[in-house]
Design a protein around this ligand. Sequence first.
Ligand SMILES: Nc1ncnc2c1ncn2[C@@H]1O[C@H](COP(=O)(O)OP(=O)(O)OP(=O)(O)O)[C@@H](O)[C@H]1O
Length: 265
Amino acid sequence: MIQLNDLAISRSGRPIISGLNTCLEAGAIHVVLGPNGTGKTTLLRALMGDLPLAGGSITQGQTSLAAGTHSRRVLDSWRKDFAYMPQDCSTEVSLSVLEVVVLGNLGQLGLRLDDELLERAMSKLSQVGIGHLAGRGIGSLSGGQRQMVFFAQVLMREPKVMLLDEPVSALDLRHQVALLDRVRSETRSRNLVTVVVLHDLNLACQYADNLLVLVDGTLAASGHPRDIVTAELLQTTYGVAVDILRDRHDRPVVQPLSGQALEHA
Ligand SMILES: Nc1ncnc2c1ncn2[C@@H]1O[C@H](COP(=O)(O)OP(=O)(O)OP(=O)(O)O)[C@@H](O)[C@H]1O
């Protein structure tokens, strides 16, 4: 479990996130939703210990991050448990796909690579359905293929906390479902704290155990999609009129009403 207490984060002296209080339970998928520029990536990077806190704290087990406490030793130990998949998976490095996945094990890599490590990396690629790409240069792949490679790298870390920033933005429907199904099974079977940023409201409603709706760096709503997703919430959040239907599990299905995007303030 990760506890956020009155979390505040600033960038270049400007407050981006403020007064954020929530609890991220293990074994559950927490989906962060919200308009562009509202602080979703900032939140993930702060969870990772990658940005200094302006106020409040983040607590995991016996360890807390707070403003001014980012010593190298605390951060190194904090990050051991985390795997982070960035929003932008573009890369210029001249590495093969297999090498990129092996790097997920960075921190435990010795001077020599052994067969067990390479087999594990191959198996992660196969689990994501891209074993056939292992020998290709990462730079030669399509955007969607690269996204799957970086997801395999996350699996390779075998983290306790999985942070995924728009992990399906470049994927077709089959691969979106396959990746998010895998996120769900890993989260359940390994009791991970999983935080996923998504823009697709229907995937968010389908996969979230807990939705965090972030607007201007504050929590506008949180809870199970079934309980919190209303036409009013989405209209206030996005300035778009929507209809809400229900799927067979009573989860919300969001239908935007075209021609009804409202002027943003
Ligand atoms: N290095 C930086 N310096 C100053 N401001 C920054 C910096 N990085 C991000 N910001 C600002 O912080 C705010 C939040 O950015 P963030 O990337 O967290 O948004 P987001 O919700 O992930 O957006 P998107 O949905 O577009 O990816 C934005 O207004 C952005 O311009």
